[in-house]
Design a protein around this ligand. Structure first.
Ligand code: B12
Length: 152
């Protein structure tokens, strides 16, 4: 399968690399999948950038890493999910399934899955369960929306 892994985290104070996605892309390549990481951290127009990538190539699934739900600062707390929702909806408008993961996501998976209207989610580390999930997706054997390593 061809997979696009998106980092929608635009917080730059300080900027952090999407290390979880780096781990996942390596694992996916081991299982014979192809893919790339789209890091939107320094993009001025993230949705336009995502659209350009989705027009250029054809992907079987788009994964978003949800690292931060909010900035966790008491004064002027910033809620990041509304902007991420626009990106998820953009990917879905191309009729591509969307899967979520990440430490923020794993804190409240059901709520975020429903809020972002994504198709699937993985709770916790993705190295083992994501290739397993993709196998199920390929064989159309999808009986649930949320997955975690222990329930494999
Ligand atoms: C280290 C760390 C930092 C360091 C980062 C240093 C660096 N150079 O990267 C520093 C101190 C800078 C930092 C800053 C912040 N952090 Co911090 N940080 C962490 C911490 C402890 C580890 C993150 C990490 O690197 N994990 C290792 C990687 C490999 O794991 P991962 O990204 O989770 O990826 C795995 C899985 O989640 C999954 N996965 C990830 N993405 C995807 C996608 C798909 C599709 C799938 C299937 C699976 C999947 O598979 C990956 C591999 O197993 C986490 C807590 C935690 N234990 O996760 C908090 C955490 C992420 N931080 C948090 C917060 C709030 C922040 C700040 C916003 C704080 C602030 N106000 O400044 C900033 C944000 C900075 C930014 N630009 O985003 C919160 C986020 C929760 C929330 N409230 O939204 C967390 C969860 C801590 C907490 N429990 O509250 N942070």
């Amino acid at each position: 399968m061809n997979i696009l892994l998106v980092n929608p985290n635009t917080m730059k104070n300080p900027p952090v690399i999407p290390i979880g996605l780096e781990y996942l892309i390596t694992t996916l390549e081991k299982y014979g999948h192809t893919g790339e990481i789209l890091d939107l951290c320094f993009e001025d127009a993230p949705i336009k950038k995502l659209e350009r990538i989705l027009c250029k190539d054809s992907y079987d699934i788009v994964g978003f890493t949800i690292r931060n739900i909010d900035s966790a600062i008491f004064f002027n707390n910033e809620f990041f999910l509304p902007e991420i929702k626009k990106l998820v909806q953009c990917a879905k408008s191309y009729k591509i399934p969307v899967i979520l993961g990440g430490s923020g996501f794993s804190a409240m998976p059901n709520e975020i899955l429903n809020y972002l209207e994504a198709d699937f989610g993985i709770i916790g580390p993705g190295e083992v369960i994501l290739p397993h999930f993709l196998k199920q997706l390929q064989s159309n054997n999808r009986d649930k929306r949320l997955f975690k390593e222990s329930s494999k």
